[in-house]
Design a protein around this ligand. Sequence first.
Ligand code: UGA
Length: 463
Amino acid sequence: MSNISFKTLSPQVQIPVSTVRPFNIAVAGTGYVGLVSGVCMAHRGHRVTCVDIDEKKIALMLKGISPIYEQDLEALMQLNKERLTYTMDYKNAYKNADVIFIGVGTPEQPDGSANMFYIANVARQIAETIEKDCLIVVKSTVPVGTNDKVEQFIQDFLVHDVKAEVASNPEFLAQGTAVRDTLEAPRIIIGTDSDKAEETLQAVYEPFGLPIVSVSRRSAEMIKYAANNFLALKVSYMNDIANLCELVGADIEDVARGMGYDSRIGSNFLHAGIGFGGSCFPKDTKALDYLATLHGYELRTVKAAIDVNKDQKVLLYQKACKRLITFNGLKAAVLGLTFKPGTDDLREAPALENINLLLAQGANIYAYDPIGSENCKNIIPETGTEQDRGKYKGKINYVNSAEEALEGANVCFIFTEWDEIKAVLPKDYKKLMRTPLVYDGRNIYDVNEMQENGVEYYSIGRA
Ligand code: UGA
């Protein structure tokens, strides 16, 4: 990787580094949000220090290796290495920073609310460390009103006589396309409650050359939740309609195509499937519902989206139960593990829930995923854990190709639309499987083509 040049990057990110007014920036947290934002800011000319508490991650990044799988990220880390530092030493990183971005996690709590532990922790470290006036920018997805609290919290714990202002700057990157989404964002939302904070953030983003929408902090916080919840609703709505399509003999793919031509609806995010997963939609729908309840309001639309998704995630398994008398002793091919293609992330992936159900029913699973198998092994080990033994009757094996998974299988489940999985031809299922019985949660194939190739094929929202 030492010969990184612009030629190795996707066309979308081949834009020369800008030299406009560089800031000293620190980024707290090197997950998808923090690391991608930090690296992209360095790519746009700023000097960036990425801070994390995970020693292993820091060691990897210092070697120029990205701890997460994300297209172009590693290449950009290496290309901009003169402007990028990685450290656990937050004191040095924050001390003289002009701007500190907070990109740590806000995981879901059992009651659905967002956990503010990591945000508060970083805020306190900042308060006790900064030695000059500084803008603190919250990038993590946080409930409306959090920026106010963070500013007050920092004020309460400030050690030096400096001014610390807080601004909201939610991010809209999707995993798998995170770098492109950041460098080519359709808009940047900045939420500030002072002219100075607004000017600083405008200047930080100037070299990106993207449209900036400047609003209050609370509106910025709400924009993030409202956008994610709207998209989650869109997915659940299509899944709901897909289920009805099956009952009335319509085809959801045709329905989506017909709807998408209407510019008021748009053709994106109309794909019916086995429900949304990942670290964002499941968490953010519950957090907004919780926030509304807290204020005595019932957010009925979002509740419905959550409800539909819960059922949708196990739909494939339920469909198979209608056809098969037992899974015990059957070889089940599982194609795709991650919650979507282009990422190694398995958080809330529908595949996991279905695999656990299949294992409990005694299926012998042969699972293939181009990227996600290693992570999945940590969640559902091939050997089974002490705890699992006795719970699972079945067994899972991770294999290196779709063909290997399909060889001699009695049933196949498709959970993720990876290109490697889409490359399997209808005739291959007939040729490789003992019984060509396929449950497709992503509507990869044409129904007629599968039928013509002798495959018994069930998908979502199609006859
Ligand atoms: C989502 C948003 O798209 C980003 O804008 C946002 O910044 C991010 O959450 C976040 O809050 O950090 P992400 O979770 O990476 O990004 O994934 P999406 O591509 O939005 O997909 C979410 C889920 O919806 C996936 O399980 C996907 O398979 C499903 N989906 C998406 C559908 O079932 N149908 C569709 O048409 C689109």
